[in-house]
Design a protein. Sequence first.
Length: 251
Amino acid sequence: MAETAELGARYLDAAIALLEGLRDRELPAVDDAADGIARALAAGGRLFVFGGGHSALNAQDVVYRAGGLILANPLIAPGNDLSVRPITTSSAVEKLPELAAPVLDGAGVRAGDALVVLSLSGRNGLPVELARLGRDRGALVVGVTSVAASTAEPSRHPSGTRLLDNCDVVLDAGVPVGDAALAVDGVPQKIGPTSGVVCSALMQALMVSVIGRMVALGVEPPVFMSANIAGGAEWNDRMLAENADRVFYLR
């Protein structure tokens, strides 16, 4: 039991170290990304978020959340989520660049919008192509990736480029190559994936920074209230109605 508790503590220490690294290293880039997104929203643009593979969970974490920005819309690629069966299909779908154009067309992504694309490896065809086409269409593209992981392996996109090559702003999660953090005797590979906690924290840091930037621009940001407190549901209904032209996840 003591060894098990020690592993838990080691994992938390590793995650905390990565989060401290984000705080010390990435806040200027977060501020740049937040400023661009806030300006796009203030000018009437829309905000979309996409994550490939497990990164889809980090993208979804900023959608429809208490305390979160109402305007964060998920981009959905069929099969690119962990509910698909067999679940290995999600890994195949993430490699398909040809899905990017239909996904962007279906959402109507256009000039003046903002698009956040998450891919820890930054090498798979679908997220790379989404970023490339999004920027071609005139959207502001923010990439969330691990520079170390991305540069450790060749790109799977036909262009040979990675996510970080096709973005206006890159946020480096700093997650190690292979994601897992702990070497343990008796296990032939490292354990303890860190990208979930780190990338979700990075996305929330970005969203609260966007909210702050909108306030600085004189724009009242529409933010969800918890529906589990008095008045929360009524507040959310009003905010959703007032912003219906830029909220697509209820349709």
